[in-house]
Design a protein around this ligand. Structure first.
Ligand code: BES
Ligand code: MN
Ligand code: ZN
Length: 499
């Protein structure tokens, strides 16, 4: 995969497609990885390896160790016989293996292979795509700040019966994986590097891919009346910005889909300061904006025939003598006033103005917002599922379906007027917090106040899934890129080729 955004792409993996050729087995790959199906009948590749290793393959697949493994798990043979490769990986396949088992197999192989060069033979084209997707996703690493950087670029060779037929799907896979990697890179960056200014610069580089990028500065935001957003950033030395990215791949007459992301580059809580323990994690509070950016990159790279606008609100939530205070009242772009009870409930303030702006300016056919919005969603769903809130059952179902197919955890949560009542303010039109109980729902209710009645809308609270301390399904510890694949799939299924 070529470096995408200048030299900033952390991981680059070169996938070579080769025609079926048994002599490749004797070239100097570090590893040779093959799929063994549950009949244990060896195909020609495996028979040849078995011969070169004096029967090691047959012995391995008849062992107890192999027996105990499940579909997609790998048994490796080390320094086998007269073969150049250091390892032979036997990937166990049990019928009826699903697409996510193929991805799991790819993930497992990626974890074993690290920087080594791998020759892979899966046999079936159908599973090769998901296998390689899992493999690429798990090969990601972020070592920008390790002095002894792993510089060796990674490569994998996929041996196929018909490599030409696979080229197009590989291109599409690479486009989405690049999108996921762009998101992960942004989310992994520390806040002294990825300031609002640096973030907007990285987004501006997307214009090289054909995305129109526009950066709105504080003066313009103020003229537009985005005081809710500006209030959050007013305590920081780093200026607040809204970045608008447009991908116009569809017909001119088709209204766009809008993607809106919370981009709090660091969330101290502001004057309602967070406790010190774990505060460093708040470098990921721009995760929603990261997913919007990564999805835009994926769309452009695969030249999606859809119209999509990505909007991100970039601010830093700091305590200082110019910071917003608890009790301050701000007037949002919509015209409604908000009493800021807690300056740490800042994400919804940022989103309220960006969502309103998105609807006013672009009249989208639907809106999806993403935000690392509440600790409460982590209490409810942990790190396995994002919270999904929607005012439109059909739109929501198509998203849930896409998320299930991409194996990204998503769980629908309720909205109801009874929760909305908790946002009543004595002095203003609303307050920005609704209390401890149902915290993720009252946050969603707050946001819904800035969504027009007829507008199909999905709100994704990704606080638990954007970044995890331990490894996740497709990523090493740290940023996951959760959501890029699901939204990209949703777009390709429902928003492309519309007339
Ligand atoms: N960025 C946080 C939410 C968060 C918490 C994200 C943990 C990732 C991990 C958000 O701005 C926040 O501080 N929310 C408050 C809201 C409360 C003050 C109503 C929270 O969840 O505690
Ligand atoms: Mn906060
Ligand atoms: Zn926050």
């Amino acid at each position: 995969m070529e470096a995408v955004i200048g030299d900033k792409m952390q991981t680059s993996i070169d996938v070579k497609l080769k025609e079926y050729d048994l002599s490749l087995l004797e070239k100097d790959y570090d590893r040779i990885s093959v799929l063994i199906d549950d009949t244990k009948k060896l195909n020609r590749v495996c028979r040849r390896i078995n011969k070169l290793t004096k029967g090691a393959v047959v012995r391995a697949i008849n062992s107890d160790e192999y027996e105990k493994k499940s579909c997609g798990e790998v048994l490796s043979i080390s320094f086998p016989g007269s073969i150049t490769a250091k390892y032979i990986d036997l990937i166990k396949w049990v019928k009826p293996g699903q697409l996510h088992d193929a991805r799991k197999a790819g993930v497992n192989l990626a974890k074993l292979s690290g920087d080594s060069s791998v020759l892979i033979y899966i046999g079936s084209q159908k599973f090769s795509a998901d296998f390689i997707k899992g493999y690429l996703l798990r090969q990601y690493s972020f070592s920008e700040y390790k002095t002894s950087k792993i510089t060796k670029s990674r490569s994998a060779t996929l041996m196929l019966n018909k490599p030409l037929d696979f080229k197009k799907s590989l291109e599409e896979i690479k486009a989405t994986v690049d999108g996921v990697f762009f998101t992960r890179d942004l989310v992994n960056e520390p806040a002294n590097i990825l300031t609002t200014v640096e973030f907007s610069k990285r987004l501006q580089k997307l214009s090289t891919l054909g995305i129109e990028v526009e950066v709105l500065e504080e003066k313009q935001l103020s003229d537009l009346g985005m005081n809710a957003l500006l209030g959050v950033g007013q305590g920081s030395a780093n200026p607040s910005k809204v970045v608008v990215m447009s991908w116009k791949g569809g017909a001119k007459t088709v209204q766009p889909l809008a993607l809106v992301g919370k981009g709090v580059v660091f969330d101290t809580g502001g004057i309602s300061l967070k406790p010190a323990g774990g505060m460093e994690e708040m470098t990921m509070d721009m995760g929603g904006a990261g997913v919007v950016a990564g999805t835009m990159l994926a769309l452009a790279k695969r030249k999606a025939k859809a119209n999509v606008i990505g909007l991100v609100g970039l601010v830093e939530n700091m305590p200082s003598s110019t910071a917003q205070r608890p009790g301050d009242i701000v007037k949002s772009m919509k015209g409604e006033t908000i009493e800021v009870i807690n300056t740490d409930a800042e994400g919804r303030l940022v989103l309220s103005d960006v969502l309103w702006y998105a609807q006013e300016r672009f009249k989208p056919s639907g809106i999806i917002d993403l935000a690392t919005l509440t600790g409460a969603i982590i209490v409810g769903l942990g790190y396995e599922n994002a919270g999904v809130f929607s005012n439109d059952d059909n739109f929501c179902k198509t998203f849930m379906n896409a998320a299930a197919l991409e194996n990204e955890g998503a769980w629908r949560m309720p909205l109801a007027p009874a929760y909305d009542k908790k946002l009543k303010s004595r002095l203003a039109d609303m307050k920005n917090v609704g209390g401890r109980d149902a915290g993720a729902i009252t946050a969603a209710q707050f946001i819904q106040r800035f969504i027009n009645k007829e507008m199909p809308w999905i709100h994704l609270d990704i606080a638990g899934v954007a970044h995890t301390k331990s490894e996740s399904t497709y990523a090493p510890p740290g940023a996951t890129g959760w959501g890029v694949m699901s939204i990209d799939r949703l777009i390709s299924e429902k928003f492309e080729n519309i007339k």
